[in-house]
Design a protein around this ligand. Structure first.
Ligand code: ADE
Ligand code: ZN
Length: 332
C-alpha cells in the first residue's frame, strides 16, 4: 500500500526560514520559566483555552513582548531554542533560521552575550539530539526606531558568531519607512551579513518597494501583498528576491480572511523563490509541519511542489555554501 500523502509530507525534509524565538514559547513553557525566575505574568496573557490572548496586530505584539518578559537567563533562551528545534525536527525539519531580538533581552536586563550563549547551547543540544541544523538572524524592532536599530546592527557586528548568519527587522510595519533603517542594514551588510525585513504584511506593495529599493535585502519576510502590484511581482522574480511566506500567521493576523484568498499559489506561479514558515507558532496555532500539510490540503500542492519549496528555502537560506550543499542533497 502506498504511503499516504500526509505521511509522505511528514517525512519530507523541511526548511524554516522565518520564526521568532520570542514568539516560539508555548504557554506552558512561559509559565515554567516565569515560575523558576520568580516572575509574575501579566493578568490576561492567556485565554481560558490556554492560548495567548490577543485580538489584533498591536495586541499580538504586546502579548509577544509579555511572553518574552519571563526570560532572564541564558538557560531560558537555551530551553526555548531547544523546545522549538525539537518540535521542528519531529516534523521533518532539517534546517531552521530563527530571529532573535537583543532589544527584548535588554528590556529585562539580559546581556547580548547571555542571550546568544543560551541560543547557541539550544542549537548545539538540538543538533546532537535530533540532527537539526539551526542558525540565527539578529533582528531589530521597527517600532523602537532607526537609531535603536543602528545600536542592534552594531552589536551584531561587534559580537560575531558562526551561527549568526543575518540581520532582520520585525515589529510594527506602520511605523517609520523601510528607508529610515538603511543606516542599520548597511552596517550589517558591510560586515557581510545577509539581510531580510518584514514588508508587505500589514502594509501593501509600496512597503516592499521601499525595502528592495533602499535596503540590502535578498529576502522579504511575508511580502505576500506584493501580488497587488504585477510590476513588483515581476521585479521580485527578476532579482531573485525570496519571500518568507507564513500563511497561518497571515490568517491569524487577518491579513487575509481565509486560506482560499491567500496568494501563495500566485507567488509560486510567478516563479518567485518561496518558503513556508510558522512565524510565531504557538501564537498562531501553527507549526512548519502544518504549513506544509496545509500547502497540500488548502493550496493543492503535490509532494514534488512541496519538495521544491524546501529546495528554494534552502537555496535562499543564509547558511554557508557547504551547509547549503549538504542539506540540499538531503532534500533531493
Ligand atoms: N514579530 C513577530 N512576529 C511578527 C510579525 N508577524 N510581523 C511583524 N513583527 C513580528
Ligand atoms: Zn515574522
Amino acid at each position: 500500500m502506498s504511503e499516504s500523502l500526509a505521511s509522505q509530507i511528514q517525512n519530507l525534509p523541511k526548511v524554516e526560514l522565518h520564526s521568532h524565538l520570542e514568539g516560539c514559547i508555548p504557554p506552558g513553557l512561559v509559565r515554567t520559566i516565569a515560575k523558576r525566575n520568580g516572575i509574575t505574568l501579566k493578568e490576561g496573557l492567556f485565554t481560558k483555552d490556554d492560548t495567548f490572548a490577543w485580538n489584533d496586530f498591536v495586541e499580538f505584539l504586546q502579548a509577544y513582548d509579555e511572553a518574552s518578559f519571563c526570560l532572564r537567563k541564558a538557560q531560558d533562551y537555551r530551553d526555548i531554542m531547544y523546545t522549538y528545534m525539537e518540535q521542528c525536527a519531529a516534523e521533518g525539519t532539517i534546517y531552521a533560521e530563527t530571529f532573535i531580538s537583543p532589544d527584548h533581552a535588554a528590556a529585562v536586563g539580559m546581556s547580548y552575550d547571555d542571550m546568544l550563549s543560551g541560543c547557541v547551547q539550544g542549537i548545539d543540544d538540538a543538533q546532537r539530539d535530533f540532527g537539526i541544523v539551526g542558525r540565527l538572524i539578529v533582528s531589530c524592532v521597527r517600532h523602537l526606531g532607526p537609531e535603536q536599530a543602528v545600536v542592534v546592527a552594531q552589536q551584531l557586528v561587534d559580537n560575531s558568531h558562526p551561527y549568526i548568519v543575518g540581520f532582520g527587522m520585525g515589529g510594527n510595519e506602520s511605523m517609520f519607512t523601510q528607508a529610515d533603517f538603511a543606516p542599520a542594514f548597511n552596517i550589517a551588510a558591510a560586515a557581510g551579513f545577509a539581510c531580510t525585513t518584514h514588508a508587505g504584511e500589514v502594509l501593501g506593495p509600496e512597503s516592499v518597494w521601499d525595502a528592495i529599493d533602499n535596503l540590502p535585502v535578498t529576502r522579504i519576510g511575508h511580502g505576500v501583498r506584493s501580488v497587488e502590484d504585477p510590476a513588483l511581482i515581476t521585479e521580485l522574480a527578476k532579482r531573485g528576491i525570496a519571500l518568507e511566506v507564513c500563511p497561518g500567521s497571515n490568517i491569524a493576523l487577518s491579513v487575509y480572511p481565509n486560506l482560499a484568498s491567500h496568494p501563495l499559489n500566485k507567488i509560486l506561479e510567478a516563479g518567485i523563490s518561496t518558503s513556508l514558515n510558522s512565524d510565531d507558532a504557538p501564537f498562531f496555532a501553527t507549526t512548519v509541519g502544518s504549513e506544509y500539510q496545509s500547502g497540500a490540503n488548502d493550496f493543492g500542492l503535490d509532494l514534488e511542489q512541496l519538495r521544491n519549496i524546501s529546495r528554494m528555502a534552502m537555496q535562499a537560506s543564509f547558511a554557508d555554501a557547504h551547509t547549503k550543499a549538504r542539506l540540499l542533497a538531503v532534500i533531493g
